[in-house]
Design a binder for this molecule. Structure first.
Ligand code: CUA
Length: 160
């Protein structure tokens, strides 16, 4: 085979691979709901305790089968350290940090956020089944980093 033919073959193969990757990416994004967490606002990190919704951390019902879970990361704990949510419900997590950069990962789920001072991070998730999940800080934030964790209790959701 001459060089020109080789080039054609490689160009065609590259095109096919690119098409396959794009289809796979589209399938992951739409089929599995995989997406990047969004940045949904800004606030003054020194006024976290008096800025809505962080003046009232915890789980609040905001609609039929829709809840908001508000979390603050701080050296070296999460506020609140325990969340209780029903299975099957839509949970919108809103989180921030009051001091340095922390992370938030809920074990066994795709909930994975950076908690950045001055910024509100948001992600939506549904827990399919009742159970318990630890949430941990996954960004090194100082000597108490390893002790920074909490627990989500997923209760039996409403039927139907
Ligand atoms: Cu907070 Cu590591």
């Amino acid at each position: 085979m001459d060089a020109e033919k080789f080039e054609k073959v490689f160009l065609t193969l590259s095109g096919i691979m690119l098409a396959i990757f794009l289809v796979a990416l589209g399938y992951a994004a739409i089929g599995f709901g995989i997406g990047l967490p969004s940045r949904s606002g800004e606030l003054d990190p020194s006024k976290v305790d008096s800025t809505s919704p962080f003046d009232d951390p915890g789980v609040h019902q905001v609609g039929p089968n829709h809840y908001e879970a508000v979390l603050i990361g701080q050296t070296w704990s999460f506020l609140p350290p325990r969340l209780e949510v029903p299975a099957g419900a839509k949970i919108t997590f809103k989180a921030t940090s009051r001091d340095v950069i922390h992370g938030l990962h809920i074990e066994g789920t795709r909930v994975n956020l950076m908690l950045i001072p001055g910024q509100v991070s948001k992600i939506t998730y549904r827990f399919p089944e009742p159970g318990e999940h630890l949430y941990i800080c996954h960004e090194y934030c100082g000597q108490g980093h390893h002790a920074m964790f909490g627990k989500v209790i997923v209760t039996e959701g409403k039927k139907g």
